[in-house]
Design a protein around this ligand. Sequence first.
Ligand SMILES: Cc1cc2nc3c(=O)[nH]c(=O)nc-3n(C[C@H](O)[C@H](O)[C@H](O)COP(=O)(O)O)c2cc1C
Length: 253
Amino acid sequence: MEGPANEVVGQLVDRRSVRRFEDRAVDQREVDLILEAAFQAPTAGDQQLYSIIDVRDQQEKDTLSVLCDNQPFIASAPLVLVFCADCEKWPVIYRQAGCQPREPGVGDLMLAVCDAVIAAQNAVTAAWSLGIGSCYIGDVMERCDDVRALLELPDHVFPAAMLVLGYPTEQQAARPKPPRAPMDAIVMRDRYRGHGAYGAESLVSRRVEASGSSFDDWVRSFHARKYDSAFAREMTRSVGEYLSAYDTTGVDE
Ligand SMILES: Cc1cc2nc3c(=O)[nH]c(=O)nc-3n(C[C@H](O)[C@H](O)[C@H](O)COP(=O)(O)O)c2cc1C
């Protein structure tokens, strides 16, 4: 592929996850710019169906690092932002104006998760442009009941994405990115093609090549670490339990 067409695309291509940070706080002016970029993301119906928790308390960071699959770099991250899908705030506004809003449903939650994650990604991109690295922590959903209790989230507020941010160490800034799948493995014309048609081996060929292992060995290890892992199973359990409290009927009982 030729080089990036412009600076924005160049930065998107260059961005990589950063998990080790310099031991200094992120300048508050830069935090404000990152948050402003998040606010400027598109949102469903212009509702901004998210709230952002800026975790400053060290004990809270320590607890999050344990709850999120024991990832110690969370505790040492200078900036920790939790992007919550917030289906609570519009009902509050509606009730204030005398409406009788229905219970939020799974459709509302889906939109709120989209809003929260898109805002988070704007924050990631803005941070990178300022020389600040970040990493998503998907495990914020893993023990979401405990995370929700820690952050005192009400019933209809869900921790959709967590970001840890800070100035990258030199080693992290230079770390190579994992190679992506070829474009034609991902982009399908007009209708879903099915992955068998493309070929399972081609889908991950770049990852396998970079690992130096055989296809079978790499995939089996990946399966054990990611898909068949305790964290993936626990995430499915705790998110499933959370979802079961949501209205799926779309009508008031
Ligand atoms: C939704 C989501 C959840 C993630 N959760 C974690 C996590 O819990 N811990 C971690 O170290 N990295 C996490 N990552 C970062 C990915 O591992 C990383 O994006 C991926 O390996 C690609 O590398 P790159 O971001 O450097 O391009 C997550 C990324 C996303 C988008």
